[in-house]
Design a binder for this molecule. Sequence first.
Ligand code: GDD
Length: 408
Amino acid sequence: MASTVDVKLDFPRYTERLGAASIHAVQRIYELDSGKSKGFLSSHQTIKKFDYDEISNILHEMAIVVPVKEEKLKLLEGVLSGIPNECLVIIVSNSPRGPVDRFAMEAETVRQLDRFMDKRIAIIHQRDPALGELFKKIGYTSILDSSGSVRNGKAEGMVIGLLLAKMYDKDYVGFIDSDNYVPGAVNEYVKIFAAGFGMASTPYTNVRVSWVFKPKVRNNSLQFSKWGRVSEITNRNLNALLAGITGFETEVIKTGNSGEHALSMPLAECLHFSSGYSVEPYEIVDIFEKFGGLIPTNFTRMGEKGVEIFQIETRNPHFHEDKGKSHLNHMLEASLGIIAASKICPDDLRESIQAQMAQISDSAGSGKNTDWRKRYPLIEPVCSVPMAEFAKGVREKAETFFRHGGLK
Ligand code: GDD
């Protein structure tokens, strides 16, 4: 009988372990779509094949959260077109409401696309006053600013998306930035998430995308660089954190800043999220803190099952909006600051980070006594949010919460 194979990728070649946390080395996709064949020429022991139904079944349980802040509408539209229809799409916007109401433009774009697309899409504005009031009422204040609104920041948007995914009973939540120029790459990220979850042997799983190339324009030609400066430095320091603890040098971590990543709901709901752009590297630090066996935690039950981090390399290059040097410095500072602030960071690494910070222009971190935790506050795990009350409040009070495709 003919069989259809969707994604084919290799098994992890090696794994670093820290307590109950396993960090798998980068895995490669060999075939994005192996098509329909009457059988396979060889059965490689090193390759995992997923058929369409396996991937599709996982996608049915997955929400894709798309954070957006003032992106080109054409890019948002392209991103939406790349997300398979099994997934619930959740757009969380922090775009300005005035003088031009960019959020209204996004909502209108989605409403119009809904006529042509067969997707279930929810969209909400992060600073909807009803959200702030609701979080205050239920005591989930770590996401609020001093005025009682949800704080600005990508992590804050992601957490709202996570809560909505939980509200719709999703088992997995993936995050995909809205400034991606290549819809085909978006489609690949979603399949990568599903393949990672399909390979996991624990309910507590993090799947992180490693971009094969992040091309840049230099001297009027495309350069297929592998790493951005921020990723390179963040990864080096996360690996130094791991090596400082285990005593063995390693280069296993390649996805410290990966905006495109996914979490199984049981893991997502017990993680703290670090504000703004520190969110991605902090997920790794938080997993080490909670499951690394280094400091006492309340997560022993999960520790028994183990936590897995998969890193899977794309075939598509990652083309996204270039937001300039100062933006990158800000991201780098956030990434390094939260590593230095961790209780499990060895003193010599903390000192080295301090020295690296001094090299970043316009960084607040050159002062030795910067309180990184204050600068990048932690958002409490969403397991503390009473879901029935949250769902009722959002549905009844949030005026920016629009749903399409028959979503209730
Ligand atoms: N909801 C919401 N709220 N979305 C936001 C906010 C916010 O306050 N700030 C930014 N976004 C959205 C952007 O519109 C974009 O879709 C996505 O979050 C990423 O933000 P960018 O500002 O475009 O970041 P970047 O592209 O430079 O960096 C991305 O890649 C890095 C790795 O290279 C981000 O995902 C980083 O977090 C990541 O480390």
